[in-house]
Design a protein around this ligand. Structure first.
Ligand SMILES: [Zn+2]
Length: 411
């Protein structure tokens, strides 16, 4: 197989190139074009593969292929002709965005190392942000701001980002920030006196093109800190997006931005106070409902039998009824609730004289299969969800019958 001519290292700013198709290969479930020369960068070193077009055909990704070839993955259903020449065009916004993120990562890792003696363990370039996992379990904001300030100063002084090729031996004696992973000639990327590293990626030509970097967060991972970053045009788009959110919040709270945290905190406090009051009201309401039902209830073994359909209440009302029943000495309660998700919630509480002779196995075998009930519990409460195969009335009737029959069997 003919090796693809790789022009992306020498000409990282070339956006278009006339190339000839020399083969079409199957790559996973898609087809891939191999051309004589390419400016498309194949995925590697954390940088994604290029996207773009070959003539009218869309290229969705670029990957290394066998024997030095480069695979340009085609959009489904599109096949250029072998032997034909086409103009290849890179999706430049996508490529340049990752050139900025990738070069910024070199500089940030370099400054972390030289200024704070922090090493880089791994990096990841995502569509929203890039991350640098560092060899420390903690980093304070002051240190991150100091790194950010130094990097942004170097960006403003617009230092060239250059590449040079050295033998493995030469490179080994040059004090590189990271161990060399290749075993032949080494391509080194230098950012003035600030960073020197072996890398096969694509970089911007000078630090001024990075525009700005911002650390937007940190998280703990595998006992280390992972720092999250934005560089280049992403800083502007995220700043605009966040500013728009702040403006909307200021309008919603009728408050300046410096008061927003106070407004949100006070709203949270009010909400939890209201939730607490609402819960007490609901428990009081549940108690009143049970007491009212008891006054008109049928009794078995001096125990009032109460059946309730609470489908018109919110799901938490079941818990409030359980709390209310807790303060009643004697009750045989059956509750059903048809929920918005189509499930039928059920609860049975048996307390008082009847409970001495109550056998839940009987209900389990005779009553609960009628609603395919799942769940369980222990005295005095059982609950779960099921499916409404029979009407609530039929279910309650069966519940009352079983309690009466149980008395007859026991008696
Ligand atoms: Zn690089």
């Amino acid at each position: 197989m003919q090796e693809t001519g790789k022009m992306y290292w020498e000409h990282p700013y070339l956006k278009e190139l006339d190339s000839q198709v020399i083969d079409i290969k199957q790559h996973d479930k898609q087809l891939a074009v191999i051309v004589d020369n390419t400016i498309f960068y194949p995925e590697g070193g954390g940088q994604p593969g290029d996207r773009g077009w070959i003539g009218p055909y869309r290229i969705t990704d670029t990957q290394y292929g066998p024997e030095g070839s480069i695979l340009h993955i085609l959009e489904e259903g599109q096949i250029p002709a072998i032997g034909a020449a086409y103009r290849m065009k890179i999706d430049w916004d996508h490529r340049y965005d990752f050139m900025q993120q990738h070069t910024a990562q070199h500089l940030i890792s370099g400054i972390m190392y030289s200024q704070e003696a922090i090493g880089t363990l791994s990096v990841h370039f995502g569509n929203d942000e890039f991350t640098i996992e560092i060899d420390t379990d903690e980093i304070v904001d002051r240190t991150l701001y100091a790194i950010e300030d130094t990097v942004n100063h170097i960006i403003r002084t617009n230092i060239p980002v250059t590449s040079e090729t050295r033998s493995l031996e030469e490179a080994g004696s040059m004090g590189l920030r990271r161990e060399i992973k290749v075993d032949n000639a080494v391509r080194l990327i230098r950012i003035g006196s600030h960073d020197l590293i072996a890398c096969g990626g694509i970089h911007v030509a000078s630090t001024g093109e990075l525009f700005h970097v911002m650390c937007i967060g940190t998280e703990k991972i595998r006992g280390h800190v992972r720092t999250q970053w934005l560089a280049g045009s992403r800083c502007v788009s995220v700043f605009r997006q966040n500013h728009s959110i702040i403006k909307q919040l200021c309008a919603a709270f009728s408050a300046p931005s410096r008061h927003l945290v106070g407004c949100a905190t006070s709203l949270q406090t009010q909400l939890s106070d209201i939730q607490y009051t609402l819960r007490n009201c609901q428990t009081a309401c549940a108690t009143m409902i049970l007491e009212h039902q008891i006054t008109r209830a049928e009794y078995v073994d001096q125990t009032p039998i109460v059946v309730l359909d609470i489908s018109d209440r919110d799901p938490d009302f079941m818990k409030r009824l359980a709390e209310a029943a807790n303060s009643i000495d004697s009750i045989a309660l059956s509750v059903l609730q048809h929920r918005d998700d189509g499930k039928l919630a059920w609860m049975i509480i048996i307390k008082g004289a009847i409970s001495d002779r109550f056998d839940f196995t009987l209900l389990k075998n005779e009553l609960l299969p009628s609603i395919s009930a799942k769940g369980g519990g222990r005295p005095p409460m059982w609950q779960g969800v099921g499916t409404a195969h029979i009407s609530n009335e039929a279910f309650f009737r069966k519940f009352i019958e079983l309690l009466k029959n149980q008395r007859n069997i026991s008696g």
